[in-house]
Design a protein around this ligand. Structure first.
Ligand code: SF4
Length: 239
């Protein structure tokens, strides 16, 4: 058994002396601009990345109403946290008990939604591989404002037990704006409820400004995202 493990360790690609350099993955063929023929013989030029997505960048949302109305809106926002049903790591397992009668998160106005369009809270539930980061960015950008991000578990803070992994990110807030972290590995459902309660306080106080921060420092976030995602074949902002 020991020999077997040593043999496998010997073959780890990262330690192989002739390991080829990583190549940049080209954009998929179906996403390249091209000319297509319509059924009636007309030729039209299409550019999928331009045509299928709106590329207008995010904008900073300033309060449009008087303080008292904005407070009322913030109260309503805080009491209706709709979480995107997207689990990234082991922390996703801890969210399931919240849906059961024992913890019953629904009584706090917290529920899960199947699409980014219907959700206003993205819980990054643990470690995030670079491959998943790409999907997480797309999902986050498709959520409507006002929206919030919670980082769950130590993996989102400093990489956790994957701190030296080659394919997971170390600090979530380098790539997405985090409004609140819930620490632990893994945090129990009670910790999640406490975290959501703290998030509500931030929203009510008008201090959950992650989405605005993302819009304000958009270039900085994009540069960080593109540094790790080598096969970037999507628009810069795809809401
Ligand atoms: S913090 Fe712990 S429980 Fe959460 S994703 Fe990382 S390893 Fe898993």
């Amino acid at each position: 058994m020991k020999d077997d493990i040593e043999k496998r360790l010997d073959k780890r690609p990262s330690e192989h002396p002739q390991r080829p350099a990583l190549k940049e993955i080209p954009v998929r063929e179906e996403l390249l601009p091209r000319t297509v023929k319509t059924p009636d013989g007309q030729e039209i030029r299409i550019d999928p990345l331009q045509d299928y997505y709106c590329q207008a960048g995010p904008t900073v949302q300033t309060p449009a109403y008087t303080r008292i109305i904005e407070d009322l809106f913030n109260w309503a926002r805080a009491e209706s946290l709709w979480i995107l049903g997207f689990g990234t790591g082991c922390g996703a397992i801890e969210m399931r008990p919240l849906m059961t009668p024992r913890f019953d998160a629904y009584r706090y106005g917290i529920q899960w939604r199947p699409t980014p369009r219907q959700a206003n809270l993205f819980v990054i539930s643990g470690y995030l591989s670079v491959k998943t980061l790409k999907r997480a960015i797309r999902s986050y950008e498709q959520m409507q404002n006002p929206k919030y991000v919670v980082g769950l578990g130590s993996c989102t803070i400093n990489g956790g037990m994957y701190w030296d992994s080659y394919n997971t990110i170390k600090r979530l807030d380098d790539y997405l704006p985090v409004d609140l972290y819930i620490t632990g590995c893994m945090p129990r459902p009670e910790a999640l409820l406490q975290g959501f309660d703290d998030l509500k306080k931030l929203i009510r106080a008008g201090k959950a400004e992650g989405a605005n921060q993302y819009a304000e420092h958009f270039e900085w976030y994009k540069a960080n995202q593109k540094k790790v995602i080598k096969d970037w074949d999507m628009p810069d902002y795809s809401w």
